[in-house]
Design a protein around this ligand. Structure first.
Ligand code: GDP
Ligand code: ZN
Length: 464
């Protein structure tokens, strides 16, 4: 087994979220305090031999020649009462990044080694300071590509998902106790009574797991974003709509210009969710030239889209061409009809089109109705957008979590089946429950396997 207990002292710049004016150098490990003593001077330039834990010291950091680098605040946190569970020193300097780097260099010269990405977190996990879900959340937070994703990660980091999983685990343990009671008192009345209770509990647990599993769909949306295709005949305002959505969010990530003045694909965030907007070139400007077959082929491409925006020019009403596209889109659940050019007066409006239950009137030119449209897009992919954005709803974003929850659910279902057959073979029932407990335990890291470490921490502590 690889040795994950990193014995050496590590250091890194802890970039504060939001990047404030303060830079922090964080040191973790046995040598942290010694390094602080070597670097730190009081305002009068004296060495300091004693540092009380969890007190803030104001002074100077000096280089190897005793020359001051910056005025700093230093804090010492004695193991195990620190983030990593080891001795930790934090040096806060108010200088810019150059100064912070200088301080880090001094720390490294005195025997610390530069931390690998995530290594502080890994030590915190190994020392039992955080569980696996929280460790993963830190990674997710760092790599979050959108506001919502960061929010969800932060909640996981604060331990809310861990608590939910622990809650389910505790219920399973209780259920096991019921089963044992039934085995210990094999009289019939007890058995019937306990069987009812066990069943009730198991169903409750199953539903809780299912709820979490359902949220994975939303988690995927948050993590990977969605694809939105914009379709419609030429000149209805597809490109204008795309530009209006871009203006609304002002968060362009990539830009792939098309062959003409039209933009073909753009990434934006709509209500905090990463969205890839596709102005379907196929239908767009070729519809006149290409007959139905061509349009159908473009529509084929729409299958990948999570949401389809079907744009019509409300100021001219529905044309034959609109109706053709309409026929092809009919029956799809993920279509929003967008009646454009409201500013020019509508000959056809959403009331006329009520067989499409989702319809929004807009003016791409004036940017009207775009907010409402964004809301409709989000509603189509998230079951409870308010809960997700408000951070009240627990959302699974990790494939690893989903797999393990699925496993746990299967075990519970098996347990429910054996329960139907009575308590004749309670050991099977217990086995299923143990298996569910194990799967859930693996989510939070209560139960660990070697390859799990490898997968999650493979980048850390290599060769140590
Ligand atoms: P596309 O071919 O579907 O991409 O349509 P465009 O976005 O290129 O727009 C076609 C024409 O309609 C252009 O002259 C736009 O200025 C105009 N247009 C687009 N949206 C609106 C709108 O909301 N109101 C009005 N009055 N004109 C619009
Ligand atoms: Zn266009």
């Amino acid at each position: 087994m690889r040795d994950y207990m990193c014995q050496d002292t590590i250091a890194a710049i802890g970039t504060p979220i939001g990047r404030g004016a303060i830079g922090i150098v964080r040191i973790s490990g046995k040598e942290a305090l010694r390094i602080l003593k070597e670097l730190f001077r009081t305002k009068r330039g004296n060495k300091k031999e004693e540092f009380e834990e969890r007190r803030v010291y104001y002074g100077l950091v000096v280089d190897e020649f005793g020359e001051p680098i910056d005025e700093v605040l230093a804090v010492y946190m004695r193991a195990p009462r620190s983030f990593t569970g080891e001795d930790v020193v934090e040096i806060h300097s108010h200088g810019g990044i150059v100064v912070v780097r200088k301080i880090l260099r001094e720390v490294l010269k005195r025997g610390a080694r530069l931390a690998e990405p995530g290594e502080f977190t890994m030590r915190a996990f190994i020392n039992g300071k955080i569980d696996l879900v929280q460790a993963e959340a830190i990674n997710q937070l760092i790599e979050a590509k959108s506001e919502v994703e960061a929010k969800v990660a932060l909640r996981h980091l604060e331990g809310s998902l861990s608590k939910r999983i622990e809650g389910i685990r505790n219920k399973l343990l209780e259920t096991k106790a019921y089963i044992e009671a039934a085995v210990d008192f094999p009289e019939e009345e007890v058995e019937i009574l306990e069987r009812g209770k066990v069943k009730e509990k198991l169903i409750e647990i199953k539903e809780e797991i299912e709820k979490l599993l359902k949220s994975y769909r939303e988690g995927k949306v948050i993590r990977e974003g969605i694809k939105v295709a914009i379709v419609g005949r030429p000149n209805v305002g597809k490109s204008s709509l795309l530009n209006a959505l871009l203006r609304e969010e002002r968060a362009i990530v990539t830009e792939i210009p098309g062959t003409t003045r039209d933009v073909i694909e753009e990434s934006v965030t709509v209500k905090g969710i990463p969205v890839r907007l596709i102005d379907t070139a196929g239908i767009r400007d070729t519809a006149e030239k290409v007959e139905r077959i061509g349009i159908e082929r473009s529509l084929e491409k729409l299958k990948e889209a999570d949401v389809v925006l079907f744009v019509v020019d409300g100021s001219v009403g529905l044309t034959e061409e609109d109706k053709k596209i309409w026929e092809l889109l009919k029956g799809r659940k993920n279509v929003i009809v967008v009646v454009n050019k409201k500013d020019a007066g509508l000959k056809v409006n959403c009331k006329d089109l009520k067989e499409w239950n989702r319809c929004v009137e807009i003016s791409a030119k004036e940017g009207k109705g775009i907010e409402k449209l964004s809301e409709e897009i989000v509603k189509m992919v998230l079951l409870e957008p308010e809960a997700v954005f408000g951070g009240e709803e627990e959302v699974i974003t990790s494939e690893r979590h989903r797999e393990l929850l699925e496993k746990a659910k299967n075990s519970i279902e098996k347990a429910l089946k054996s329960l139907e057959e009575g308590f004749e073979s309670p050991e099977f029932l217990s086995m299923d429950i143990d298996q569910a407990l194990e799967s859930l335990g693996m989510i939070v890291g209560k139960v660990t396997t070697e390859d799990m470490y490898d997968i999650i921490f493979s980048r850390f502590c290599i060769g140590k």
